[in-house]
Design a protein around this ligand. Structure first.
Ligand code: KG4
Ligand code: ZN
Length: 352
């Protein structure tokens, strides 16, 4: 099955062409072309994503990314030999989502190809199918950590999700971005904080600063990062962050706290469920080296395979949207829901 996938939910404009064969648990995914334009540098001065700028940039970049994608994939620009067009429906910034949806609908009409609406978070989950070494076994537990989401999801099968824990305030990625701003580091903050934290770990065995781990013992599977953020703010006010060493110590202590919270809640979820057969971690924050190490240890403790995307596929991209599109198409094959005539509407708060 050949799929053209489009992602515009946030600040990455992405178009990919995939050829996917085989079963859903361990498909053979061939990337024919993968185009991505990150707007992050344009949003830097706002310290986060500015929706109207994102929209303008998506509109500007989609046509050229598509042409390049078709060319790289050796597909006709007149009427490409594809089976479906997959596009992100939500969650995300609505003005940004609409640009991708409208673009995909025009193509669907022009080429007479069916359109598949994709849930962006489902895309993150199934990003782990790319180059997977073993089939995905259910029930799975997914820790989804991105700029907009932090949730623990029980996955009983394709399309069968139950959110068993989520953040009550900021998402983990959002906390990384906000703390980065306090530390005068550019957006997106995650990679910056991570690099800085490592410099302190290389020099000092123990962390000199300790931040609270909110809701660690709350008894449920929910998260909260706003108290931690406030604790960092006080520290930043009391210490001199112009000093690079001090800045690195704060970054390390913050990263340690976030990673501890995420790992502890995932541990609790695995323990409580008792029947989980795969552990999934996905979303932009899953690119975090420290978190990857801790989740690896957790998977070893429970003797469950850990499925996580390569770092390049952890942050937003169109490959994951194509994979989720493939899952949807397989599920609805023959049903009218994948007909090109159904208009798709952007859903900023779409949940799993
Ligand atoms: O999944 P994603 O690309 O976009 C959303 O769907 O939100 O996630 C972006 C988030 C940003 O908040 C960014 O700071 C964070 O992922 N991030 C990281 C790392 N790389 C990206 N956070 C921590 N460590 C990283 N290495
Ligand atoms: Zn995302």
């Amino acid at each position: 099955m050949k799929i053209l996938a489009i992602e515009t939910s946030c600040d990455e404009t992405a178009v990919a062409a995939l050829d996917i064969q085989g079963n859903k648990e361990m498909p053979e995914i061939k990337v024919l072309a993968n185009e991505l334009f990150s707007q992050a540098h344009l949003h830097k001065e706002y310290g986060g994503v500015y929706p109207n700028l994102a929209k303008r940039e998506h509109l500007k970049n989609l046509p050229s990314l598509l042409s390049k994608c078709l060319k790289d994939a050796n597909l006709s620009a007149e009427k490409p030999d594809i089976d479906y067009i997959a596009v992100t429906q939500g969650p995300g910034l609505e003005p940004a989502l609409w640009t991708g949806i409208n673009f995909a609908e025009d193509l669907s009409e022009k080429w007479d190809k069916p359109l598949i609406p994709v849930n962006h978070m489902e895309g993150h989950i199934f990003s782990v199918l790319y180059e997977a070494e073993s089939p995905l076994e259910f029930p799975a537990l997914a820790l989804l950590v991105s700029g907009g989401h932090t949730e623990l999801v029980r996955v009983d099968g394709f399309g069968d999700y139950k959110i068993i824990g989520k953040t009550r305030d900021d998402a983990a990625g959002e906390a990384f971005d906000k703390v980065a701003r306090m530390l005068e580091l550019p957006y997106p903050g995650g990679p910056q904080i991570s690099t800085l934290a490592q410099t302190d770990r290389n020099e000092n065995e123990e962390s000199e600063i300790t931040f609270p781990r909110p809701m660690l013992h709350s008894g449920d599977l929910d998260f909260s990062f706003s108290g931690l953020k406030t604790a960092v703010l006080y520290k930043v006010k009391n210490l001199n962050i112009k000093n690079q060493d001090t800045k690195a110590k704060i970054a390390r202590a913050f990263e340690d706290a976030v990673v501890d919270i995420l790992t502890a809640k995932t541990d609790k979820a695995l323990e409580e469920a008792g029947d989980i057969r795969s552990l999934i971690m996905a979303g932009g924050v899953s690119a975090n080296t420290r978190l990857r190490e801790k989740m690896k240890s957790l998977s070893e403790k429970f003797e469950i395979p850990l499925k996580m995307p390569e770092k390049e596929l952890a942050t937003d991209n169109a490959i994951m949207i194509g994979i989720a599109g493939f899952i949807r198409a397989e599920k609805t094959e023959g049903e009218p829901s994948s007909s090109p005539s159904v208009p798709i509407s952007a859903q900023g708060n779409l949940s799993l």
